[in-house]
Design a protein. Structure first.
Length: 92
């Protein structure tokens, strides 16, 4: 997939608006950050993948600081019949 795009000045920098179909095809549609590398004759973009659960603790701290409350066992509502028939859960 090839597109000719216009390099546009943005303040003291330059930018290119990428079509959504290109982002989808490259797997960048949901990327929050990209790594930019200069390669021979061009620029290469790739998604920056976060580590699993990265930022969770900070998000919970911010939620609690804003007055949020953690109520009960989050997983309690996710039980299924297998939980009741195939597993023995330790008593608290």
């Amino acid at each position: 997939m090839t597109h000719e795009l216009i390099l546009q000045p943005i303040g003291k920098s330059w930018g290119v608006i990428l079509p959504e179909e290109m982002l989808e095809a490259a797997g960048l549609r949901d990327a929050h950050k990209v790594s930019v590398q200069v390669i021979a004759g061009g620029i290469f973009l790739s998604a920056v993948h976060r580590k699993p659960r990265e930022g969770w603790a900070e998000s919970i701290d911010a939620y609690l600081a804003a007055g949020g409350k953690l109520e009960g066992d989050v997983f309690e509502a996710m039980s299924n019949q297998s939980d009741e028939t195939h597993w023995t859960w330790p008593e608290k």
